[in-house]
Design a protein around this ligand. Sequence first.
Ligand code: AMP
Length: 624
Amino acid sequence: MALLQISEPGQSTAPHLHRLAVGIDLGTTNSLVASVRSGIADTLADGEGRHLLPSVVRYLKGADPVVGDVALAAAADDPLNTIASVKRIMGRGIDDVKTLGGTLPYEFAPGESGMPRICTAAGLYSPVEVSAEILRSLKRRAEASLGGDLSGVVITVPAYFDDSQRQATKDAGRLAGLPVLRLLNEPTAAAVAYGLDRKAEGVFAIYDLGGGTFDISILRLNRGVFEVLATAGDSALGGDDMDHAIADWMLRQAGVGVSGDPHGARRALRDARAAKHVLSQSAQAAVCVTRPDGSVWHGTLARAEFDALVNPIIERTVAPCRRVMRDAAITAADISEVVLVGGSTRMPRVRERAATIFCRTPLTDIDPDRVVAIGAAIQADILIGNKPSDEMLLLDVIPLSLGIEIMGGMVEKIIARNSTIPIAKAQDFTTFKDGQTAMAIHVVQGDRELVSDCRSLARFELRGIPPMVAGAGRIRVTFQIDADGLLSVSAQEQTSGAASSVVVKPSYGLSDAEIERMLRDSIVHAREDNDARNLREQQVDADRVVAALESALAADGDALLSAAERLEIEHKLSLLRSVRDGTDVACIRDGIDTLDRATREFAARRMDAGIRKALSGHRLDEFG
Ligand code: AMP
């Protein structure tokens, strides 16, 4: 694995050699696989021309699992062995799954390390295994359609997926025998499909309304770096709710009780969905209901009635949109593009509403069901090296942490290992000494605790910090890794605005073997590093106490201390100085505590003197 770049400029691996790469949208309801062929990204169909693969797996005793449409068709009759919506439980523990409660009809058994397993006629299966089954099916489809083994795969995940959900998705990919290049956030993939990554900068809203979930994400692109500013949504909102509303209306019109017969209700749901699809293109749709007595009701669902049924559901997307803008600290006017994702955004009413929420016409050219898979395919094609080497490389992960040196030769990690890039992160630091006007920033890479065990990448200095007491200056250090793998680090003092920055290119010179060794070392030395870190922390603490006391003695020692008192304090001070360079953490701590006790009275007197000075010349009632 390359470090921050997949291919260095001018060192691309044989661009003429086309390697097979695909993007996979592993969805809650449906999944898709796409690839770039002759420069055009598109989804791949199965032998029967179907692009969408229902994310449903049916386990049968003594037979191979069945995936997709065939499994979906059996869901109603065999719900316990037909697993749908497994994405909702990926990376979740057994307790989380229980709280998801009634929404999932399966029986769960605890598996290894708290991972739930689903009980089926064919045995117990973890969510990872179920997802792997879906991925395997897409792999077979891709290999049949592209005519060879896959060299690289990008799988998309929701932007809000946490580490364990991402890890579970990656594990599913590995289990399915897929060479997973990386995971990509779904909203980012949608933005990539529209080529938004080629813009210089912008803020984008990705509005994703599918069958069962609604997600809204705000992304910011800045010099090739996509940042997820905020996400919100509703995990139980989508086209299915509309199907229910329409089906209930149809049954009411036909004079049939909603809770009547389950078969009739299921049929009504299917017909309601078909009518909804028709109404995305036509002003009305013909509907019918077969009553339990065999008679048939025929009716028409007109646009006005339809809108009245679905509007309350569409309106429920408004609050999350407002919230996400508030969380991202932006207004609709800041948004430069709106991308629509998910089958339900085919509805004209949904498009209109998205347009009014964000005050701009959404992008709709790409099929909203396929847009995420297409973006993933474009990324996979670049990552596998099918594009010329100067093509913008959007994403990768950093295999070693990046940070800066802090007092005591320790490393404060700012971007953690395995973070996907592009990425931007900021952290605040304070000044260490009274009157400090400059700060040296030393950028390092590695996962060890001490700077001496990490790789030095760059040094620069922030000057022009206004003199303040120690700890009062606030310096914000920002790390940004752009699409080309370029790391830039900037530092800014927050009160004065003094700024300084440097561009670093850390990918040169560190081989895969070196990365591996550094990772191995960080594990082997974890304990030792921890001890070293503790020691350094105590030493830094000691230095701070010594420096503060020295300046207090110089200022007020003569005025506020008797000769004996001063001697006593200086004795404790020299004791601390003598143990400071040793390796005994407890001894240094002891020295600090002793000195602290010995100087408490002195500190109190200084405070009184300070107050007296501040009050002199004023009457007490001025402060009342
Ligand atoms: P997804 O979860 O993104 O696959 O979206 C599936 C949802 O999109 C389902 O509720 C479908 O009924 C809905 N959908 C698909 N096509 C259309 C359409 N033409 N008009 C309205 N809804 C649609």
